[in-house]
Design a binder for this molecule. Structure first.
Ligand code: 4NP
Length: 149
């Protein structure tokens, strides 16, 4: 079974949405999807209320998710690791032990904007529109990811 990990900073706003959206686009048992954060601030917490709300609006339940921190072991577990932004990308790569680990790490919006290294904007300090915007970007990226799985 292919295993995909979505990573942002806090694992409460962007990567929980990416996890929920990708899971919604694939058969339940075909792929294992998870998410994590590069920071420890929110370990054990539910996704941000605004992420829960925007997901719910589009028929996706992410309330079973709890935030966790990315660890070096995730390189062994997952086949692909999608970073939401440039800073997450660098912070994951710092932990890579070899070329095999390094090759697993990708910028998620390179799926929709190949080679451009566009970041998913951090919506934490934004209002609902920021979360809608993130949902839309991740929806488009996950559609492509799902079509290739
Ligand atoms: P995320 O958003 O990385 O998309 O989960 C953030 C969540 C929390 C914080 C920053 C970004 N924070 O500073 O606590």
């Amino acid at each position: 079974m292919k295993k995909v990990l979505m990573v942002c900073l806090g694992n409460i706003c962007r990567s929980p949405l990416a996890e929920g959206i990708l899971q919604s686009k694939i058969k339940k048992d075909a792929v294992f999807v998870d998410s994590a954060g590069t920071a420890a601030y929110h370990i054990g917490n539910l996704p941000d209320k605004r992420s829960i709300e925007v997901a719910h609006k589009y028929g996706i339940d992410i309330t079973h998710q709890r935030a966790r921190k990315f660890t070096v072991k995730d390189f062994d577990t997952f086949d692909v690791i999608y970073a939401m932004d440039e800073s997450n990308y660098q912070n994951i790569l710092i932990l890579a032990r070899d070329e095999v680990d390094t090759k697993k790490v990708k910028m998620i919006l390179n799926e929709t904007h190949p080679h451009k290294n566009v970041s998913v904007p951090d919506p934490y300090y934004d209002g609902r529109q920021g979360f809608e915007n993130v949902f839309k970007m991740l929806g488009e990226a996950c559609e492509i990811i799902a079509s290739k799985l």
